[in-house]
Design a protein around this ligand. Structure first.
Ligand code: PLP
Length: 398
């Protein structure tokens, strides 16, 4: 039995009720279908499943009940017709490129992207004779200027990781639909709880589910939401190329969606307090948080997002006695409540030095364009008491 609910249900209801499939045992918590393949009653039934004449699972590379439950629930939260789950966020990005691009095509991206995404474009995608152009994320004129006749895909993050820059999603979607190309927003930092890119006309909303969707740093995963045609194309590639999410990770991520809204609201509340505190501190040069009125794109952010999210980045004031990197590393090493790790989106707060970790392999020119300086520190605010976190930051910077 599948529980689809209705489209009218609110986010909170959809998050706990949509997508559930119950087996013959009538379990309340969804079962885990930890199997590579499924059995057919007869050879004829097998033929009918493979031909598509009969619905039902065949082989977990492309059809597994846990993955389908996760896809259905996420699609309903993204206000999308369908979605396609993948093994990681990066495989979601590669699956999108493999599906919609061919030799001679171009991607229009932005330097304000997660480091591995730029690396994947520059070192892997380029090998297939696909060109990459870059526009400044926040500059609508630049997006227009960089569009070329062979551009087939616009790819961006909003808010961007780690600087929380905001793209005007409506303007980007107008540009891409006029040019007849596909627009993709990596919505990993907001999740569908805070932002639905499809509501602004964007074609595909893509996630590293490893982050806030999982929410506890336990499992890798990715997912792409969009209309039935585009997701159908992605699924064709998935069937023959792999990239599949495992049944167990599908189950974990499906269950995690039940608490996503509650977590994102709490993350955002604490992050805003911490960003506000940092912005008043004399040891801090700049704070990048879209939920603060001082953010240059505060109004645009609040017209697209429900709140500022969990990611707070800040730059320490130019140190006089040591290098910016040494000072940033010292602060990071002094922190006791923040885990020093590359991941974000956990219930536990995490801290990262982007210039030497997530963006270490990005060319220094691109890094500079993206504003990743040696003094930049990225925080992902967890569910600890924000006052404890402020105390920890204060002591670490002393
Ligand atoms: C914005 C963004 N997109 C994509 C990814 C890649 O996701 P994954 O690590 O699940 O492959 C990350 C990972 O940090 C990310 O922050």
């Amino acid at each position: 039995m599948t529980s689809k609910g209705t489209k009218k249900n609110s986010f909170a209801t959809k998050a706990v009720r949509h997508g559930t499939t119950r087996s013959v045992f009538g379990e309340h918590s969804e079962a885990i279908f930890q199997t590579s393949s499924f059995v057919f009653n007869t050879a004829e039934e097998a033929a009918q499943r493979f031909s598509g004449d009969q619905d039902g699972p065949i082989y977990s590379r492309f059809s597994n009940p846990n993955t389908e439950m996760f896809e259905e629930r996420l699609a309903s939260l993204e206000n999308a017709e369908a979605s396609c789950a993948t093994s990681t966020g990066m495989s979601a990005i590669m699956l999108t490129c493999l599906t919609f691009l061919k030799s001679g095509d171009r991607i229009l991206a932005t330097p304000s992207l997660f480091g591995a995404t730029i690396q994947a474009f520059e070192t892997v995608v380029k090998k297939f004779n696909i060109g990459i152009d870059y526009a400044r994320l926040t500059d609508n004129t630049d997006w227009k200027a960089k569009l070329k006749s062979r551009t087939r895909l616009i790819f961006l993050e909003s808010p961007s990781n780690p600087l929380n820059e905001i793209a005007d999603l409506k303007k980007i979607s107008e540009l891409s639909s006029k040019a007849g190309i596909i627009s993709v927003v990596d919505n990993c930092i907001c999740t569908p709880s805070l932002q639905n890119p499809l509501d602004f006309g964007i074609d595909l909303s893509l996630h590293s589910a490893t982050k806030f969707i999982d929410g506890q740093g336990r499992s890798l995963g990715g997912i792409i939401a969009g209309n039935k045609n585009l997701i159908g194309e992605l699924k064709k590639t998935m069937r023959f190329c792999g990239f599949s999410l495992s049944p167990f990770n599908s189950w974990l991520l499906f269950k995690s969606l039940e608490t996503l809204d509650v977590r994102m609201n709490q993350h955002s509340k604490s992050a805003k307090k911490i960003a506000g505190w940092l912005s008043k501190d004399k040891r801090v040069n700049a704070v990048y948080y879209p939920g603060l009125t001082s953010h240059p794109q505060y109004e645009l952010a609040m017209s697209q997002q429900k709140s500022g999210g969990a990611l707070v980045s800040f730059e320490i004031k130019d140190p006089t006695d040591e290098s910016a990197q040494a000072r940033a590393w010292k602060i990071i090493d002094n922190l006791t409540l923040f885990s020093r790790t590359g991941n974000l989106g956990d219930t536990r707060s995490t801290v990262t030095h982007p210039a030497t970790t997530t963006h270490a392999k990005v060319e220094s020119k691109t890094k500079k364009l993206a504003g990743i300086t040696d003094g930049l520190i990225r925080l992902s605010i967890g569910l600890e008491d924000y006052e404890d976190l402020i105390l920890d930051l204060n002591e670490a910077m002393s």
